[in-house]
Design a protein around this ligand. Structure first.
Ligand SMILES: C[C@@H](C(=O)O)C(=O)SCCNC(=O)CCNC(=O)[C@H](O)C(C)(C)COP(=O)(O)OP(=O)(O)OC[C@H]1O[C@@H](n2cnc3c(N)ncnc32)[C@H](O)[C@@H]1OP(=O)(O)O
Length: 290
């Protein structure tokens, strides 16, 4: 299910092109970097790597447009159980690429970027699979907001996350402010956004911004961090895809729908897996929960 009337459903421009498609076309001119998607149909786990290390994995316009395509692929990936989003070379992302940002530094330009990234991140959050932001190095500005659209955030011991927008004289522009309030409550969200400070892993875990800290890898050993993240994720992805996807659907419904509608959806998600292959297999075994 998608949670929002994204701009592409709400507004079309004169030549029948959606507003979002129009922005994506404009943004493909802002070059730099790439996002790489790999999907493993056997494990059901995908990986998105943010690849622009020369600019600390900042997202250029092209990359924002690419993110839209990648999310569409994941929306259509029926074997999907989870997706891990991480940055190249042990650095998550320093947010919007300031070279792109300098080309759109007026109110309408900002609004168009916000429309595209709100559509991207709302669809990312609505994906029928678990999403994990694996944070090494720093997640700053829009990079920090990108992590809030994932179901879970996992940090390496030395990593930091900073909603630094206020230091640039701006607010969150990719939906991260709203999601921070939903995650942390208004008081802690205000503290995080109005201070603009860099939050270390231990504090992030303590305030509930992050769900797991990987502390048993050597500094800068990104391969170790990624494999530990997969190990952590396995406690969820070892279960069957249909039930995982149904549970994510129930959570999404409760996030965005009125309670009575969310409960109706829950009945349907329940019915969709009850009596299914995983249920039958469990009923046919000597069930013992340890
Ligand atoms: C969407 C928007 C929003 O607010 O909603 C945003 O996210 S605005 C963006 C919010 N993000 C920021 O304000 C991050 C600003 N940058 C920094 O704080 C720093 O660069 C760090 C990201 C902590 C990296 O520091 P470190 O000392 O490791 O390296 P450095 O500063 O020499 O940066 C390495 C190279 O990456 C570039 N670089 C770093 N961040 C960039 C960015 N967001 N856009 C474009 N280029 C960037 C630097 O200019 C430099 O390129 P050269 O070697 O060629 O000089």
């Amino acid at each position: 299910m998608n949670n929002n009337n994204s701009a592409k459903k709400v507004k079309m421009n004169g030549n029948g092109e959606s507003v979002i498609d129009n922005i994506r076309r404009e943004y493909s001119d802002y070059k730099g970097g790439a996002l790489q998607l790999t999907k493993d149909d056997t494990t059901g786990i995908a990986d998105i790597c943010i690849n622009a290390f020369e600019r600390r994995n900042a997202l250029s316009g092209t990359m924002m447009s690419q993110l839209s395509d990648i999310i569409t692929q994941l929306e259509q990936w029926e074997q999907g159980k989870a997706v891990i989003i991480h940055g190249s070379n042990g650095f998550f992302s320093s947010g919007g690429d300031l070279n792109t940002v300098r080309n759109i530094d007026n109110s309408d330009g900002g609004r168009r970027m916000a429309l595209l990234m709100h559509d991207n991140l709302s669809r990312l959050q609505a994906l029928p699979l678990l999403s994990v932001a694996l944070i090494e190095g720093k997640a700053l500005g829009g990079g920090a907001e990108l992590t809030t659209a994932c179901d879970f955030r996992v940090m390496s011991r030395e990593a930091e996350i900073g909603f630094v927008h206020i230091k640039l004289g701006v607010t969150t522009g990719w939906g991260g402010g709203t999601r921070l309030v939903q995650m942390l409550g208004p008081c802690k969200a205000l503290d995080v956004m109005m201070s603009g400070r860099l939050i270390k892993a231990a504090e992030a875990l303590n305030i509930g911004l992050v769900q797991h800290v990987i502390s048993d890898c050597d500094t800068n050993d990104s391969n170790c961090v990624l494999s530990k993240c997969h190990e952590w994720l396995n406690s969820y992805t070892r279960h069957n895809a249909a039930t995982l996807r149904a549970i994510k659907g129930i959570v999404n419904s409760a996030r965005w729908l009125p309670t009575d509608e969310a409960l109706k959806k829950e009945v349907e998600y329940f019915a969709s897996v009850w009596g299914g292959p995983a249920h039958q297999k469990a009923l046919g075994s000597n069930i013992k929960h340890k």
